[in-house]
Design a binder for this molecule. Structure first.
Ligand code: OAD
Length: 253
Protein backbone atom coordinates (compact mmCIF):
# COMPACT_ATOMS: atom_id res chain seq x y z
CA UNK A 1 0.00 0.00 0.00
CA UNK A 2 1.59 3.36 -0.98
CA UNK A 3 2.38 6.13 1.51
CA UNK A 4 0.08 9.02 0.50
CA UNK A 5 1.12 12.63 1.13
CA UNK A 6 0.70 16.19 -0.13
CA UNK A 7 3.13 19.12 -0.47
CA UNK A 8 2.29 20.14 3.12
CA UNK A 9 3.31 16.83 4.74
CA UNK A 10 6.12 15.41 2.60
CA UNK A 11 7.40 12.18 4.20
CA UNK A 12 10.72 12.82 6.01
CA UNK A 13 11.90 9.34 4.99
CA UNK A 14 11.47 10.26 1.30
CA UNK A 15 13.37 13.54 1.81
CA UNK A 16 16.26 11.62 3.40
CA UNK A 17 16.21 9.07 0.57
CA UNK A 18 16.30 11.84 -2.04
CA UNK A 19 19.05 13.76 -0.25
CA UNK A 20 21.29 10.66 -0.06
CA UNK A 21 20.35 9.17 -3.43
CA UNK A 22 23.20 8.35 -5.84
CA UNK A 23 21.03 7.90 -8.91
CA UNK A 24 17.52 9.23 -9.57
CA UNK A 25 15.30 8.73 -12.61
CA UNK A 26 12.28 10.85 -13.43
CA UNK A 27 9.57 9.89 -15.95
CA UNK A 28 7.40 12.81 -17.02
CA UNK A 29 4.11 13.01 -18.89
CA UNK A 30 1.80 15.73 -20.18
CA UNK A 31 0.75 16.73 -16.64
CA UNK A 32 4.24 18.19 -16.19
CA UNK A 33 3.40 20.90 -18.75
CA UNK A 34 -0.27 21.37 -17.76
CA UNK A 35 0.64 24.33 -15.51
CA UNK A 36 2.40 25.90 -18.49
CA UNK A 37 -0.98 25.98 -20.20
CA UNK A 38 -0.30 23.04 -22.55
CA UNK A 39 -3.37 20.75 -22.62
CA UNK A 40 -2.62 17.19 -21.49
CA UNK A 41 -2.96 14.51 -24.11
CA UNK A 42 -6.33 13.31 -22.84
CA UNK A 43 -7.78 16.75 -22.20
CA UNK A 44 -10.69 17.37 -24.53
CA UNK A 45 -9.19 18.85 -27.69
CA UNK A 46 -9.74 22.61 -27.48
CA UNK A 47 -10.78 25.16 -30.10
CA UNK A 48 -10.46 24.42 -33.80
CA UNK A 49 -9.67 20.73 -33.27
CA UNK A 50 -12.51 19.89 -30.86
CA UNK A 51 -14.07 17.54 -33.42
CA UNK A 52 -11.03 15.25 -33.64
CA UNK A 53 -9.64 12.54 -31.34
CA UNK A 54 -5.81 12.61 -31.13
CA UNK A 55 -5.89 8.97 -32.22
CA UNK A 56 -7.43 10.14 -35.53
CA UNK A 57 -4.54 12.53 -36.09
CA UNK A 58 -1.43 10.96 -34.58
CA UNK A 59 -1.08 7.94 -36.89
CA UNK A 60 0.71 7.18 -40.19
CA UNK A 61 -2.67 6.24 -41.70
CA UNK A 62 -4.12 9.64 -40.76
CA UNK A 63 -1.13 11.30 -42.42
CA UNK A 64 -1.50 9.21 -45.61
CA UNK A 65 -5.23 10.01 -45.66
CA UNK A 66 -4.88 13.74 -45.05
CA UNK A 67 -1.27 14.99 -44.69
CA UNK A 68 -2.34 18.65 -44.58
CA UNK A 69 -4.75 18.08 -41.65
CA UNK A 70 -2.14 16.18 -39.62
CA UNK A 71 0.59 18.73 -40.40
CA UNK A 72 -1.70 21.63 -39.39
CA UNK A 73 -2.70 19.90 -36.13
CA UNK A 74 0.95 19.56 -35.17
CA UNK A 75 1.66 23.14 -36.30
CA UNK A 76 -1.11 24.24 -33.92
CA UNK A 77 0.35 22.18 -31.05
CA UNK A 78 3.89 23.39 -31.84
CA UNK A 79 2.79 27.01 -31.70
CA UNK A 80 0.95 26.34 -28.41
CA UNK A 81 3.99 24.65 -26.92
CA UNK A 82 6.53 27.24 -28.11
CA UNK A 83 4.37 30.09 -26.75
CA UNK A 84 4.14 28.38 -23.35
CA UNK A 85 6.67 29.02 -20.60
CA UNK A 86 8.25 26.36 -18.39
CA UNK A 87 6.60 26.22 -14.95
CA UNK A 88 8.13 25.88 -11.44
CA UNK A 89 7.99 22.10 -11.78
CA UNK A 90 10.38 22.21 -14.74
CA UNK A 91 12.82 24.41 -12.82
CA UNK A 92 12.60 22.09 -9.81
CA UNK A 93 13.72 19.17 -12.00
CA UNK A 94 16.71 21.27 -13.10
CA UNK A 95 17.56 21.58 -9.38
CA UNK A 96 17.34 17.77 -9.12
CA UNK A 97 19.96 17.50 -11.88
CA UNK A 98 22.17 20.11 -10.20
CA UNK A 99 22.09 18.37 -6.80
CA UNK A 100 22.15 14.68 -7.67
CA UNK A 101 25.26 12.69 -8.57
CA UNK A 102 23.40 10.99 -11.43
CA UNK A 103 20.05 12.18 -12.82
CA UNK A 104 18.18 10.80 -15.85
CA UNK A 105 15.11 12.60 -17.15
CA UNK A 106 12.91 10.37 -19.31
CA UNK A 107 10.01 12.18 -20.93
CA UNK A 108 6.95 11.14 -22.92
CA UNK A 109 6.42 14.80 -23.77
CA UNK A 110 7.36 16.18 -27.16
CA UNK A 111 7.44 19.85 -26.07
CA UNK A 112 11.16 20.21 -25.33
CA UNK A 113 10.39 22.04 -22.06
CA UNK A 114 12.97 20.15 -19.98
CA UNK A 115 15.76 21.14 -22.37
CA UNK A 116 14.48 24.75 -22.41
CA UNK A 117 15.17 25.12 -18.65
CA UNK A 118 18.59 23.52 -19.02
CA UNK A 119 18.22 19.82 -18.19
CA UNK A 120 20.85 17.89 -20.16
CA UNK A 121 20.37 14.14 -19.83
CA UNK A 122 16.85 14.13 -21.35
CA UNK A 123 15.61 10.92 -23.00
CA UNK A 124 12.72 11.71 -25.39
CA UNK A 125 10.73 8.49 -25.69
CA UNK A 126 8.08 10.00 -27.99
CA UNK A 127 10.21 12.42 -30.04
CA UNK A 128 10.07 16.20 -30.28
CA UNK A 129 7.45 18.40 -31.97
CA UNK A 130 10.16 20.88 -33.04
CA UNK A 131 12.03 18.26 -35.09
CA UNK A 132 10.98 17.04 -38.57
CA UNK A 133 11.80 14.07 -40.79
CA UNK A 134 10.96 12.54 -44.17
CA UNK A 135 7.76 10.47 -44.01
CA UNK A 136 9.15 7.74 -46.26
CA UNK A 137 12.48 7.02 -44.51
CA UNK A 138 12.55 8.96 -41.19
CA UNK A 139 15.67 10.94 -42.13
CA UNK A 140 15.72 14.18 -40.11
CA UNK A 141 15.47 17.36 -42.23
CA UNK A 142 16.63 20.62 -40.64
CA UNK A 143 15.41 23.17 -43.18
CA UNK A 144 13.37 23.55 -46.34
CA UNK A 145 12.15 26.34 -48.64
CA UNK A 146 8.87 27.82 -47.43
CA UNK A 147 7.04 27.73 -50.77
CA UNK A 148 3.63 27.54 -49.14
CA UNK A 149 3.21 23.80 -49.78
CA UNK A 150 1.64 22.02 -46.77
CA UNK A 151 3.14 19.66 -45.65
CA UNK A 152 6.53 20.87 -46.97
CA UNK A 153 8.86 18.53 -48.86
CA UNK A 154 12.49 17.51 -48.37
CA UNK A 155 14.62 19.85 -50.55
CA UNK A 156 16.87 16.90 -51.53
CA UNK A 157 14.36 14.17 -52.30
CA UNK A 158 10.99 15.87 -52.59
CA UNK A 159 9.50 13.49 -50.01
CA UNK A 160 6.78 14.81 -47.67
CA UNK A 161 7.94 15.92 -44.20
CA UNK A 162 6.29 14.96 -40.88
CA UNK A 163 6.94 15.80 -37.23
CA UNK A 164 9.58 13.61 -35.53
CA UNK A 165 7.12 12.32 -32.92
CA UNK A 166 6.04 8.74 -32.23
CA UNK A 167 2.54 8.05 -33.60
CA UNK A 168 0.10 5.42 -32.43
CA UNK A 169 1.17 2.04 -33.76
CA UNK A 170 4.78 3.13 -34.23
CA UNK A 171 7.79 1.77 -32.33
CA UNK A 172 9.62 3.97 -29.82
CA UNK A 173 13.29 4.82 -30.50
CA UNK A 174 14.87 1.51 -29.43
CA UNK A 175 18.17 2.89 -28.04
CA UNK A 176 16.33 5.49 -25.94
CA UNK A 177 13.92 2.84 -24.65
CA UNK A 178 16.55 0.30 -23.62
CA UNK A 179 18.62 3.04 -21.93
CA UNK A 180 15.48 4.17 -20.07
CA UNK A 181 14.82 0.67 -18.72
CA UNK A 182 18.49 0.25 -17.76
CA UNK A 183 18.44 3.51 -15.78
CA UNK A 184 15.07 2.70 -14.17
CA UNK A 185 16.37 -0.68 -12.95
CA UNK A 186 19.63 0.80 -11.63
CA UNK A 187 18.32 3.92 -9.87
CA UNK A 188 17.69 4.45 -6.15
CA UNK A 189 14.45 6.40 -6.74
CA UNK A 190 12.10 6.71 -9.75
CA UNK A 191 9.58 9.54 -9.91
CA UNK A 192 6.54 9.19 -12.22
CA UNK A 193 5.26 12.73 -12.71
CA UNK A 194 2.17 13.93 -14.61
CA UNK A 195 1.44 10.73 -16.48
CA UNK A 196 -1.72 8.64 -16.51
CA UNK A 197 0.38 5.51 -16.98
CA UNK A 198 -1.93 4.42 -19.81
CA UNK A 199 0.60 4.17 -22.64
CA UNK A 200 3.16 1.39 -22.78
CA UNK A 201 6.06 0.73 -22.80
CA UNK A 202 6.76 4.03 -20.93
CA UNK A 203 4.22 3.02 -18.26
CA UNK A 204 6.23 -0.15 -17.58
CA UNK A 205 9.28 1.78 -16.35
CA UNK A 206 8.19 2.25 -12.70
CA UNK A 207 7.70 -1.52 -12.33
CA UNK A 208 11.45 -2.16 -12.68
CA UNK A 209 12.49 0.45 -10.09
CA UNK A 210 13.14 -0.20 -6.38
CA UNK A 211 11.45 2.85 -4.83
CA UNK A 212 8.82 4.74 -6.83
CA UNK A 213 7.11 8.07 -6.24
CA UNK A 214 4.05 9.27 -8.18
CA UNK A 215 3.28 13.01 -8.40
CA UNK A 216 -0.22 13.63 -9.77
CA UNK A 217 -3.40 15.36 -8.58
CA UNK A 218 -5.39 12.28 -9.61
CA UNK A 219 -5.08 8.52 -9.17
CA UNK A 220 -3.65 6.67 -12.16
CA UNK A 221 -3.11 3.12 -13.42
CA UNK A 222 0.19 3.15 -11.49
CA UNK A 223 -0.92 4.64 -8.15
CA UNK A 224 -1.49 1.41 -6.22
CA UNK A 225 1.94 -0.01 -7.14
CA UNK A 226 3.86 3.08 -5.98
CA UNK A 227 5.98 3.35 -2.82
CA UNK A 228 4.90 6.97 -2.30
CA UNK A 229 2.04 8.94 -3.85
CA UNK A 230 2.36 12.74 -3.61
CA UNK A 231 -1.10 14.05 -4.50
CA UNK A 232 -1.15 17.45 -6.17
CA UNK A 233 0.19 19.51 -9.04
CA UNK A 234 3.81 18.95 -10.07
CA UNK A 235 4.38 22.73 -10.24
CA UNK A 236 3.65 22.89 -6.50
CA UNK A 237 4.92 19.57 -5.17
CA UNK A 238 8.31 19.54 -6.92
CA UNK A 239 9.44 22.99 -5.64
CA UNK A 240 8.29 22.01 -2.12
CA UNK A 241 10.30 18.76 -2.39
CA UNK A 242 13.41 20.64 -3.59
CA UNK A 243 13.14 23.20 -0.76
CA UNK A 244 12.67 20.43 1.85
CA UNK A 245 15.58 18.36 0.48
CA UNK A 246 18.08 21.10 -0.46
CA UNK A 247 16.92 24.11 1.62
CA UNK A 248 19.44 26.60 0.22
CA UNK A 249 18.33 26.06 -3.39
CA UNK A 250 17.07 29.21 -5.06
CA UNK A 251 14.14 28.47 -7.38
CA UNK A 252 12.58 31.02 -9.78
CA UNK A 253 9.09 31.98 -8.51
P1 OAD B 1 -2.30 12.00 -20.16
O1 OAD B 1 -3.11 13.14 -20.69
O2 OAD B 1 -2.70 10.58 -20.45
O3 OAD B 1 -2.17 12.11 -18.57
C1 OAD B 1 -1.80 13.33 -18.00
C2 OAD B 1 -1.70 13.09 -16.51
O4 OAD B 1 -1.27 14.29 -15.91
C3 OAD B 1 -3.02 12.71 -15.85
O5 OAD B 1 -2.81 11.60 -15.00
C4 OAD B 1 -3.38 13.96 -15.05
O6 OAD B 1 -4.06 13.60 -13.84
C5 OAD B 1 -2.02 14.50 -14.75
N1 OAD B 1 -1.97 15.93 -14.45
C6 OAD B 1 -2.80 16.91 -14.89
N2 OAD B 1 -2.39 18.11 -14.40
C7 OAD B 1 -1.27 17.87 -13.66
C8 OAD B 1 -0.37 18.68 -12.91
N3 OAD B 1 -0.54 20.00 -12.82
N4 OAD B 1 0.68 18.07 -12.28
C9 OAD B 1 0.86 16.73 -12.36
N5 OAD B 1 0.05 15.90 -13.06
C10 OAD B 1 -1.00 16.47 -13.69
O7 OAD B 1 -0.80 12.24 -20.69
P2 OAD B 1 0.40 11.21 -20.65
O8 OAD B 1 0.30 10.28 -19.50
O9 OAD B 1 1.65 12.01 -20.81
O10 OAD B 1 1.89 9.44 -26.55
O11 OAD B 1 0.15 10.39 -22.01
C11 OAD B 1 1.13 9.45 -22.37
C12 OAD B 1 1.18 9.38 -23.85
O12 OAD B 1 -0.15 9.14 -24.36
C13 OAD B 1 1.60 10.67 -24.52
O13 OAD B 1 3.00 10.82 -24.53
C14 OAD B 1 1.07 10.43 -25.92
C15 OAD B 1 -0.27 9.82 -25.61
O14 OAD B 1 -0.62 8.85 -26.55
C16 OAD B 1 2.35 9.73 -27.81
O15 OAD B 1 2.18 10.83 -28.30
C17 OAD B 1 3.06 8.60 -28.46
Amino acid sequence: MPIFATKDNLPSQLIDQLRTARQVVVLTGAGMSAESGVPTFRDAQTGLWAQYEPEELATPEAFRRNPRLVWEWYAWRKQLVNQAQPNPGHYALLAFEQHLPKFTLITQNVDGMHQRVGNTNVIELHGNINRFKRFNDNVIVESWADNGEVPPRCPQTGQLLRPDVVWFGEALPSKALSYAFEQAAACDLLFSIGTSGMVHPAADLPAVAKITIEINPDKTMLTNSMTYVLQGASGEILPALVKATWPRTGLPE
